[in-house]
Design a protein around this ligand. Structure first.
Ligand code: C2E
Ligand code: SIN
Ligand code: SIN
Ligand code: FE
Length: 622
């Protein structure tokens, strides 16, 4: 390719006729010819176009040939450009001066066509050769130093060339050792079909290159997951392919880690659900008392629970009391009729409450309101858990059936209480579990930041700002906890994006964008598996949707985009623009603000942008 590149030649002469003559001589050489009619123009043109050769007339207005030559030699970009000075045959002085300012040779006026042509040919050829060598050197250096394994293989997958990184990857002593061996021998046997299939696509489908994930097996038996790109090229000797092998061990490890964490979190959560759904002791007791009052046709009932720590009976549920009749909610476990039941494990029946003397303070209070009092112990698994009390405003003499039903209810209540006691212990475990999965989420998010941005902090910053903005807007969004988790995990899907794309220093090409646009979909797939994160999916799944419907992955528009995601997007873009990325430097605050404003209503929810900028303004002043 380089050999056939035509040269660019600049001809600087104030004499238009002289220029025409030179051009006529060079016309059939296939060069690109540039003209300048004075020294200043010649210099400008040389800097702009970086010609391969400059022909300079010595005597020119603005700046003479010596001056231009000197300046071209001075400038680092033009320093190497060959220069021929156009002098008259007998002008020895000019020649000496020309050499001193760095001219490479001379052309004499009047022109001898053959001499001119010969000079130009020699120089441009030399030039091309020099360029070729230096390009080749640069290229070889690049290949030698590349951290990726690079090789050229023939139609049989035999190594014709390999770089040192390839040798390291395959545990070979050096690159030469690989020459002649087949790459196929290093592909894990179960992957051979995939490898062959990949090669076939560039053979048959005339596709230029193919990229696949494989596992290689080194000489020493190490297995290395790799991403391998193979590009085919042909020359007169047959078909070859250039192979680039990228070690993706780290990425695979991260993915496996995620899958493991996902399944751990799911099972932790299953326990959590069981616990919380059984924790409604209050509700259970309330239902129980309702049923009791209805069935036994009494006026009031209550449940006192024994608290081991305080050694007191505590009022846990009640029905049918008037105001002022329940001032005492704690009862010493050895006090009054309830205390008596607790200690003796035996029921108390007082159809005519008031005649019992003396009464404890609480009993007296109850006796002021009720005529009859009954109490039964609540026992489960041999232990007394509390006391069930029943009261009636009129004197009540219960029959046998009444007592049987009361007994059944008391057993049910005791079981509910017992279960709850177990669950209470579990509940503190549950709180720890919850803490542990929040810690896990934060860990994920930090790990991701490190890979994506080389610095921690992006996810926490955007999470913090998003929560503030939700509060600032008083946005009707269910659970702030979901917002927090969703924001922390917004880019979790980037775990599925290869380094070569995520960390690319330049803009992404079409294929790479296709991969990048998958990151919200990965997030959806992973997080939907975790029940307690399902409700936090809005942000990870929809944070790249845009207000006008031009976003991804679903192309939602306006209100179709969950409010949480509309809010988050503004914060995320703000923070992304304000940060340095592998593909560009950080933007200033003004630039970022102007960007959000100019795309409010198009990309971003205008209400959110306005609220965000107002909030930032306020925070700046505060
Ligand atoms: P990110 O770098 O964290 O950027 C998040 C979002 O902020 C981008 O979503 C985009 O809406 C906004 N943003 C970030 N930088 C710029 C910018 O320089 N100009 C403008 N106008 N907006 C910007 P988007 O575009 O969907 O990109 C998602 C992710 O894709 C980015 O996250 C980044 O990881 C990657 N990406 C985007 N463009 C490039 C690129 O040119 N080269 C590379 N290597 N990665 C890119
Ligand atoms: C020319 O550019 O060829 C004539 C004008 C000048 O000598 O500066
Ligand atoms: C981030 O890199 O954390 C934000 C970029 C995105 O939203 O894709
Ligand atoms: Fe994202």
């Amino acid at each position: 390719v380089i050999m056939n590149t035509p040269s660019t030649i600049l001809i600087a002469d104030d004499d238009a006729q002289a220029r025409v003559m030179v051009m006529a001589v060079l016309a059939h050489e296939g060069h690109q010819l540039l003209e300048a009619e004075n020294g200043a123009e010649a210099l400008r043109c040389a800097l702009d176009r970086l010609p391969d050769l400059v022909l300079l007339d010595v005597i020119m207005p603005e700046a003479d040939g010596f001056e231009v030559c000197r300046r071209i030699r001075e400038h680092p970009r033009t320093r190497e450009i060959p220069i021929l000075l156009i002098t008259s045959l007998d002008d020895r002085e000019s020649r000496v001066r020309g050499l001193s300012v760095g001219a490479d040779g001379f052309i004499t006026k009047p022109f001898d066509n053959a001499e001119l042509l010969a000079q130009v040919r020699t120089i441009t050829r030399l030039n091309r050769y020099r360029r070729l060598v230096s390009e080749q050197e640069r290229f070889q250096r690049l290949i030698r130093l590349s951290p990726e394994g690079i090789a050229i293989i023939d139609g049989e997958s035999r190594f014709l060339l390999a770089n040192p990184a390839m040798a390291v990857l395959l545990d070979a002593d050096d690159a030469d050792e690989l020459i002649g061996q087949s790459l196929l021998a290093y592909v894990q046997p179960v992957m051979v079909d995939r490898y062959r299939g990949g090669l076939k696509t560039i053979d048959d489908v005339a596709q230029a290159s193919v990229r696949m994930e494989l596992v290689l097996q080194t000489r020493r038996g190490r297995s290395i997951p790799v991403e391998i790109s193979i590009g085919r090229f042909d020359d007169q000797n047959g078909a070859y392919a250039q192979v680039i092998v990228h070690d993706i061990t780290e990425r695979k490890r991260a993915e496996a880690q995620i899958q493991r964490q996902v399944s751990q979190l799911s099972s932790l959560h299953a326990i959590g659900v069981a616990i919380t759904s059984s924790l409604q002791l209050d509700a259970t007791l309330a239902v129980l008392l309702d049923r009791l009052i209805e069935q036994l046709r009494v006026d009031a009932a209550s449940v006192l629970l024994y608290n081991q720590r305080s050694q007191m009976l505590e009022l846990a549920a009640h029905r049918g009391f008037g105001s002022g009749q329940l001032e005492i909610t704690l009862v010493r476990s050895d006090e009054g009729l309830a205390g008596n039941v607790f200690h003796t494990h035996r029921s108390v029946s007082a159809p005519d409450f008031r005649t019992r003397q003396p009464l404890s303070r609480r009993d007296q209070q109850l006796a002021d309101a009720f005529a009859s009092y009954f109490a039964v112990p609540l026992r489960a698994r041999g232990e007394i858990r509390g006391v069930l009390e029943i009261m009636q405003r009129t004197i009540l003499v219960p029959d046998e059936y009444w007592w049987v039903f009361l007994e059944a209810l008391s057993i049910q209540a005791a079981i509910a209480i017992d279960t709850a006691a177990i669950f209470e212990q579990l509940q503190s475990t549950h709180a720890e579990l919850k803490h542990s999965y929040d810690a896990t989420i934060e860990g994920w998010s930090r790990a991701l930041d490190l890979r994506d941005h080389d610095t921690e902090g992006h996810s926490e910053r955007v999470t913090d700002l998003t929560v503030r903005l939700v509060q600032h807007m008083k946005a009707p969004i269910g659970d702030l906890e979901d917002i927090r988790r969703g924001a922390l995990l917004h880019d979790i899907g980037k775990m599925g994006v290869p380094d070569s794309v995520l960390l690319k220093p330049g803009p992404l090409d079409a294929d790479e964008w296709k991969i990048m646009r998958q990151h919200p979909v990965h997030a959806f797939r992973w997080l939907a598996q975790i029940p307690f994160l399902k409700t936090a999916l809005a942000i990870p799944y929809a944070h790249h949707e845009l207000f006008d419907g031009s976003g991804y992955p679903r192309g939602l528009r306006g209100d179709e985009i969950p409010l949480a995601a509309r809010i988050f997007t503004v914060v995320d873009v703000w923070d992304a623009l304000r940060s340095t990325r592998p593909y560009r430097d950080a933007w200033s605050e003004e630039q970022a603000r102007a960007y959000l404003q100019s795309f409010a209503g198009r990309y971003f929810d205008p209400v959110v942008v306005a609220a965000f900028l107002e909030m930032m303004e306020r925070m700046r002043k505060a």
